[in-house]
Design a protein around this ligand. Structure first.
Ligand code: FES
Length: 421
């Protein structure tokens, strides 16, 4: 990690500790309203699929998911079928998962392969998407195989994660999009972690599903039966371009947490001694649709949640993937799986069930605006950025992310977080 990223992590950790000691936190300058139709309008939904999900780099996998040559996984991202692979030289590829003969997906699920054989007529593709063989080639007729490779998508492997833009013609540069946030995120070292559990859960509009990751305000109420009614509902927000971190202004109380992971045990020691793990506390939000939360049950782990738009404005998929820093033994695995089931219950039975109820209610058209409180600055920041991206033409996208690399958006929706409560 470079010096600037480490300095920023230290600055954030010190700020959190100061607020924890003083029992204070910051809020946004004002509340913010948005049209409720943004959750129900079909045209808005189509714009989000094409102008957001197909134009910005999306974190689609941890590098450790494709650890070996031939490892692959498939996904559907805003209507784009994607095949992620790793070739023999260790390079990750993102391919449009469509056979160039007549359009069947060539792979499904995840696994390890040396080639992909299309299930329709049997054309064979290499792990990098080149067309290796045409079935019954003499009968089929002469073609230039080089012109029938699977289409490639922009892919960048950075900080132990794999970022893909779901449009072969995308112009936004991944490094500009990530800014310093990526360098700090690299402190986790996800390239050497281990995928332990994964589950997919349907929900309502993707923003209703994702909004619940952007504030702690709802925790003691919606999650009173799981996290408990006395759960702290305050968050400190730290923004970096469109990305953000949410950190509670209180000491950590996580079961199984080690001293190396608990920044509050280091406050009296020189910052040069602070372990990197302790400075990565809190929830990390990777714009526009990923959250990362740390847990210590059965060993150090993270839950990575990816929220993807579904086929209609009222549908989404939440993919929960649980990674551990070290491969768990049998006893740890029991504890980790129980924690994963608990986290699935929280999100599926509480957050996503609530999202369906919101969707139905908003569908009535009888609430014209929704309101984000001063204590919901994370949601304010996210929605400002979402609107900004949708309004920006292709040729200005790189400028948008460069100009706002380390500051919240202003212009009528100020997010100056300079007020103490
Ligand atoms: Fe793939 Fe025909 S559609 S071989």
């Amino acid at each position: 990690m470079n010096k600037a990223a480490r300095a920023r992590l230290i600055e954030i950790a010190q700020d959190v500790m100061q607020h924890a000691a003083a029992k204070t936190f910051r809020t946004a300058e004002s509340t913010m309203t948005l049209p409720a139709s943004m959750y129900t309008d079909q045209q808005r939904f189509q714009d989000e699929r094409t102008k957001l999900f197909r134009r910005v780099p999306l974190m689609l996998a941890a590098s450790c998911e494709l650890r070996n040559s031939g490892d692959y996984k498939t996904m559907d991202v805003a209507g784009v079928p994607i095949l992620l692979t790793r070739d023999r030289s260790g390079v990750a590829h993102a391919l449009v998962n469509i056979c160039t003969h007549r359009g069947a997906p060539v792979a499904s699920g995840a696994g390890n392969a040396t080639r992909f054989v299309c299930p329709y007529h049997g054309w064979t593709y290499g792990i990098d998407g080149r067309l290796a063989a045409v079935a019954s080639a003499k009968d089929f007729g002469e073609i230039d195989k080089a012109c029938f490779a699977m289409r490639r998508l922009p892919v960048h492997e950075r900080y132990g994660l794999i970022w893909v833009t779901a449009d072969p013609a995308a112009v936004l540069e991944t490094d500009r999009f990530l800014g310093d946030f990526g360098e700090a995120l690299g402190g986790f070292g996800f390239e050497s972690w281990h995928l332990v559990e994964r589950r997919e859960m349907p929900g309502a509009n993707w923003k209703l599903a994702f909004d619940a990751h952007l504030e702690f305000y709802h925790l003691p109420v919606l999650h009173r039966n799981t996290f408990g009614p006395t759960t702290n509902n305050q968050a400190l927000y730290f923004f970096n371009g469109p990305h953000e971190r949410l950190i509670r202004p209180i000491g950590l109380e996580k079961p199984g947490i080690t001293a190396d992971a608990d920044i509050f045990q280091w406050c009296d020691r020189p910052v040069t001694d602070w372990p990197i793990e302790a400075m990565l506390l809190g929830e990390w939000i990777l714009f526009p649709n990923v959250s990362i939360n740390s847990f210590y049950t059965g060993g150090r782990g993270v839950l990575i949640s990816q929220i993807l738009p579904g086929a209609t404005v009222g549908e989404s998929i939440t993919i929960q993937s649980y990674f551990m820093q070290n491969e768990p033994d049998a006893e740890q695995l029991v504890a980790v799986r129980a924690n994963c089931e608990f986290l699935a219950r929280v999100v599926r039975d509480e957050d996503l069930t609530n999202s369906y109820n919101q969707q139905r209610a908003l569908g009535s058209g009888l609430l014209k605006e929704v309101c984000f409180g001063r204590n919901e600055a994370g949601g304010q920041h996210f929605h400002c950025w979402l609107d900004a991206v949708l309004a920006t033409p292709d040729d200005a996208l790189n400028t948008l992310f460069t100009d706002h690399a380390d500051q919240p958006l202003g212009s009528g929706r100020s997010l100056r977080l300079d007020k103490q409560c």
